[in-house]
Design a protein around this ligand. Structure first.
Ligand SMILES: CC(C)(COP(=O)(O)OP(=O)(O)OC[C@H]1O[C@@H](n2cnc3c(N)ncnc32)[C@H](O)[C@@H]1OP(=O)(O)O)[C@@H](O)C(=O)NCCC(=O)NCCS
Length: 160
């Protein structure tokens, strides 16, 4: 390595701020058929029962991903987790989800649920690595234009 070259600094995970909603909406729209608007994301994140984190580049300028979870008592649900397509597969999803799980645990959450499309290999790999297990399924749950509706799996993790 060139003697003066610094290694690239790692991304960071921070609590969501409303100013980040637009960038979050762009990343969401790039990954899902029905994207959530910036307003929808900001409104959800502002709910007292919702915990929201963003992944940012080391300069804290660019949003690389985000995750939202709703918690009620000892239970929580991951509402969404999404990483910018260009940054997927580099450990960011895992960092985001682990941060959410740690924060939920500190709030007294002991059981976390989520719903995922049966064919979503990346998400299933991530959830499996972090201890989620399949507890149910909803057949023909996600409507898809021009193809059969996809199955949803319900996953649970005991101990946030
Ligand atoms: C699902 C998602 C959030 C994962 O984030 P990511 O940053 O790409 O995942 P990571 O790099 O942190 O990978 C986490 C683990 O899953 C594994 N993994 C990731 N993508 C994978 C794939 N396509 N196939 C198999 N394993 C995969 C990784 O090897 C890693 O395991 P490791 O920590 O033991 O190395 C991301 O792919 C995404 O935004 N997808 C589109 C939106 C989405 O589907 N969200 C979930 C809706 S339920």
């Amino acid at each position: 390595m060139w003697p003066f070259a610094k290694p690239a600094a790692d991304p960071v995970i921070r609590l969501f701020m409303p100013a980040r909603a637009g960038a979050c909406a762009t990343i969401h729209a790039g990954n899902f058929h029905r994207g959530w608007s910036a307003q929808e994301i900001a409104d959800l994140a502002a709910e007292p029962s919702v915990l929201a984190h963003v992944a940012l580049d080391s300069q804290e300028k660019t949003v690389l991903g985000f995750s939202l979870a709703r918690h009620v008592g000892a239970e929580a649900e991951i509402l969404t987790i999404v990483v910018d397509r260009a940054r997927q597969g580099k450990g960011l999803g895992r960092s985001l989800l682990q941060t959410q799980l740690d924060a939920l645990s500190s709030l007294g959450v002991t059981e976390v649920f989520l719903e995922v499309e049966a064919g979503n290999a990346a998400a299933l790999a991530l959830y499996g690595k972090l201890g989620f297990q399949r507890v149910g399924e909803r057949k023909a749950y996600y409507a898809k234009a021009g193809e059969p509706a996809a199955t949803a799996l319900i996953l649970r993790r005991i101990g946030a």
